[in-house]
Write a protein that binds this ligand. Structure first.
Ligand SMILES: [Fe+2]
Length: 261
């Protein structure tokens, strides 16, 4: 299994605070079946916050520590890029900087509670520069999930979507769990991530989340989401992921249905 979203590098963002925690998170990941993990610390201000060279150096240092402690996991540098128009200045075609495992897939985090007015233009600008945007934990974005058809329209144009394992198990609450299920059921989840920050709570153990995914998506799609699609990121190959022409959503139960089932 390949985890494409994690905050396991110690002391660079709000994720793992120290090496001991990081090693605990890596051990937990390996024990739950993760073989490869992309380290995606928050890059909050394009070009001014954490820089790519620091991320790659720190990833290598953590990999060396994992090896020293005999934890069988392969680490790759990446970033969770907070939406910012200036990202277009720091992402340079063909260089792989700030992209998942140095590929052409940037992991984009939308603003927590709002939708940037020119988001479609921004995504298009990335795409004409040969990048394939991956939207981080789309199910957690209230504005986007209020109108999942809008997300589907992005995906029809080649945008990809990562969901958090914890969303499917209900870690972020029932509402987000339902949204994550909607994405999986509509073939709109392309990648899984732990988005792990600490040993307690949002950690790197994806055991239960994988079970939930397999049950919901079936073995073939689960394998694609957990292994085949992210493997193509690591190998810098295109990911082919078909989305349905239209969204199917369960109708919300009315008042009387809720009362009488
Ligand atoms: Fe994250």
């Amino acid at each position: 299994m390949i985890d494409i979203h994690s905050h396991v590098i110690p002391g660079v963002d709000d994720g793992s605070p120290d090496l001991e925690t990081s090693l605990g998170l890596l051990r937990m990941a390996a024990e739950s079946g993760t073989t490869d993990m992309i380290c995606t610390p928050h890059v909050l201000e394009a070009g001014r916050g954490l820089d790519w060279d620091t991320i790659t150096t720190k990833t290598e240092e953590l990999q060396a520590e994992a090896k020293k402690h005999r934890i069988p996991i392969r680490l790759y540098p990446g970033a969770e890029l907070e939406f910012n128009a200036e990202l277009l200045d720091i992402l340079k075609a063909g260089e792989g900087r700030y992209c998942l495992a140095g590929s052409f897939y940037p992991l984009i985090e939308l603003p927590a509670l709002s939708m940037p007015p020119h988001i479609e233009d921004f995504l298009y600008e990335l795409q004409i520069r040969q990048f394939v945007p991956v939207i981080a934990h789309a199910e957690r974005h209230p504005v986007l999930m209020h109108d999942p058809a809008r997300l589907l329209s992005w995906m029809k144009r080649g945008v990809l979507v990562q969901i958090n394992g914890g969303s499917l198990t209900g870690f972020f609450g029932e509402k987000i769990q339902e949204r994550a299920k909607t994405l999986v059921e509509n073939h709109m989840a392309c990648f899984f991530g732990s988005d792990a920050h600490r040993l307690e709570g949002r950690n790197t153990d994806l055991t239960e989340a994988c079970k939930a995914l397999r049950q919901l998506a079936g073995a073939q799609d689960a394998d694609a989401i957990l292994e085949d699609n992210p493997r193509r990121i690591l190998e810098q190959k295109p990911v082919f992921w078909e989305v349905p022409p239209e969204l199917k959503q369960k109708k919300k139960k009315g008042f009387f249905q809720k009362l009488f089932g």
